[in-house]
Write a protein that binds this ligand. Structure first.
Ligand SMILES: [Zn+2]
Length: 270
């Protein structure tokens, strides 16, 4: 599933190819995504220049003079830049055509979505109630500590709550808690201010590293062979249950929290 680093990498990958260019066509081969692709999308977009590609949580915002395309990659979506005449594959559901190039959405499981939003996209119901960006100034130890003490949930559940901070999915929650030395099952109201300081720092570091790794795969966004160009950064615990801890050598334990695989070191994480 594309997590925040993949979405940010996608943003950086596509923006240089498209910003400043005008939409010349919209091709919707299958409108049945998580929500139907708006019927009038072509009417809204054709002739308009793309002004910017922004990101909020795991949404991409394609900004046009009269509105914004709000795009989510869902469980299996990916975006590529292809030649406009490149034959579409079964799962290539939507193209935004910019002259000779097209931005092509592939989404085998069709949990992705496209909305057309006029006015301030931050007020759209999908975005309005989201917590701060993990790499932005709004996410700090004070706000995390306050949120932790308003709730009595597992530390990992806290971190994955998009009202607390957005874009920390299962993989990065596991990795961040390991780096901060905090057990995923620790009750959030037992997190100290110092724990929160370490956790904020760990979340930022883990996400920045993943984005940096993603940067080396940018070429994938202009490849036409269909590989989405996702990547796995240096994961220390996720997917490594039963292996030894890279710090202390203890055997990493696996448990389930909120239905999600959770891996931790019983010695390093308290
Ligand atoms: Zn350890």
């Amino acid at each position: 599933m594309p997590e925040l680093p993949e979405v940010e990498t996608t943003r950086r990958g596509i923006a240089p190819h498209l910003v400043g260019r005008s939409v010349t066509g919209v091709v919707v081969r299958d409108h049945r995504l998580r929500w139907p692709v708006p019927a009038g999308l072509g009417r809204h977009l054709v002739g308009q220049p793309l002004e910017a590609v922004e990101r909020r949580a795991k949404y991409l915002l394609l900004r046009f003079p009269t509105g914004t395309v709000l795009l989510h990659l869902g469980m299996s979506g990916s975006l590529r830049i292809v030649g406009a005449a490149t034959p579409a594959d079964t799962h290539d559901h939507v193209d935004l055509v910019f002259g000779a190039q097209a931005l092509r959405l592939r989404d085998p499981r069709r949990f992705g979505s496209i909305h057309w939003v006029t006015g301030d996209p931050a007020r759209h119901p999908l975005l309005a109630r989201l917590g701060p960006e993990p790499l932005g100034e709004g996410f700090d130890a004070a706000c995390l500590h306050a949120a932790a003490h308003r709730r009595r949930v597992a530390a990992k559940t806290l971190l994955m709550d998009s009202h607390v901070v957005v874009g920390v999915g299962n993989i990065y929650a596991n990795e961040s808690l390991f780096r901060a030395g905090i057990r995923p099952t620790r009750r959030s109201d037992r997190l100290t201010r110092a724990d929160c300081e370490r956790l904020v720092k760990a979340v930022r570091t883990v996400l920045k590293e993943a984005i940096a790794v993603g940067g080396t795969t940018l070429r994938d966004f202009v490849r036409e062979d269909g590989s989405p160009g996702y990547f796995v950064s240096d994961l220390r615990v996720y997917g490594r249950g039963g292996e030894t801890c890279p710090v202390c050598g203890a055997v990493l334990k696996t448990t389930r929290l909120g239905q999600r695989a959770t891996v931790y070191c019983p010695k390093c994480q308290r």
